[in-house]
Ligand binder design. Structure first.
Ligand code: CAA
Ligand code: NAP
Length: 248
């Protein structure tokens, strides 16, 4: 059988890169999505570094907040590599502010990039997965979608919305060999967390029973687990990876 094909949105970012590595180690052909405001130089540099480290990936451009752009991204991915068997909706951003200060544009952008994106990309792959009788959709949510976070009404709302999408779609496609799940990391050592003020971050780390940030690899191995053929009975589920910061 030909290797299955995976598309990881935000594939050149912190958690995305680790997910690409783990899926590659599992024998998949991996395509990393990027946007970077339309600038490909960062993604091309990333591709070179990955090749030096022994990882052969493909990259595709797509702004996940835009439905048409996602259509073009999927067309390019499927033409270059093949039909998408595994989709990891991983692209995401923060624009933190308390609601009393939040700008409408930052509410809108965070909802579009973190939540609309899940529709924008999944819609283009779902029929192919159903026709082929196999598919894995893994949505990267967040601990802050589960528990809410001071200064993140936009991000918490978007990440919480992913749970509803996941559980509804999981029911629609369960009988077709397609599973849909969320993974909810706690605070992970990537650029996203580095943007936080050190004083706020210190307070957050003090609330994590394991006593440290997660490493991207610790999230990626769970994604790879859910992507496997053998994970066909896990659907509509959420797996938390948060060092004990939120238990429910
Ligand atoms: N809890 C309770 N009160 C808080 C607070 C907190 N975490 N942070 C600030 N406050 C209080 C201040 O003491 C102050 O109180 P008074 O008005 O009584 O003096 C008030 O709130 C200040 O309000 P502001 O609107 O002025 O807030 P700010 O501009 O100082 O800070 C913020 C806003 C920058 C968003 C800050 O709250 C913050 O950094 N919050 C954490 C956001 C966070 O965790 N982001 C995670 C990013 S990474 C990620 O999201 C990945 C993932 O999925 C985990
Ligand atoms: P990161 O390193 O900043 O990566 C974010 C990725 O999202 C980047 O590769 C970026 O690609 C992509 N992206 C942003 N806007 C996009 C757009 N409009 N179109 C396409 N891609 C876009 O952050 P990360 O920590 O790896 O985050 C990955 C995911 O994990 C996010 O969904 C995040 O919310 C979630 N998460 C992170 C943490 C954490 O603590 N780090 C915790 C829980 C959940 P370009 O630069 O190419 O645009």
């Amino acid at each position: 059988m030909n290797a299955r094909v995976a598309l990881v949105t935000g594939g050149t970012g912190g958690i995305g890169t680790a997910i690409c590595h783990h899926l590659h180690k599992q024998g998949l052909r991996v395509i990393a999505g990027y946007s970077h405001g339309g600038d490909s130089s960062h993604a091309l540099e990333w591709l070179k570094e990955q090749a030096k480290a022994g990882y052969q990936f493909d990259i595709v451009y797509g702004d996940v907040s835009n439905f048409e752009s996602c259509g073009e991204m999927l067309h390019e991915a499927e033409t270059k590599v093949g039909p998408i068997d595994i989709l990891v909706n991983n692209a995401g951003i923060t624009r933190d502010a308390t609601l009393r200060k939040m700008l409408a544009k930052d509410w809108d952008l965070v909802l579009r990039v973190n939540l609309d994106s899940v529709f924008n990309v999944s819609r283009h792959v779902i029929n192919g997965m159903i026709e082929r009788g196999f598919g894995r959709i893994i949505n990267i949510s967040s601990i802050n979608g589960q528990k809410g976070q001071f200064g993140q009404t936009n991000y918490s709302a978007a990440k919480a919305g992913m749970y509803g999408f996941t559980k509804a779609l999981a029911q629609e496609v369960a009988s077709k060999g397609v599973t849909v799940n969320t993974v909810s990391p706690g605070y992970v050592a990537t650029e996203m967390v580095k943007k936080m003020s050190p004083a706020v971050l210190e307070k957050v780390i003090a609330q994590i029973p394991v006593g440290r940030l997660a490493e991207p690899d610790e999230v990626a191995r769970v994604v790879a687990f859910l992507a496997a053929d053998e994970a066909g009975y896990i659907t509509g589920a959420n797996i938390a990876i948060n060092g004990g910061q939120h238990m429910y």
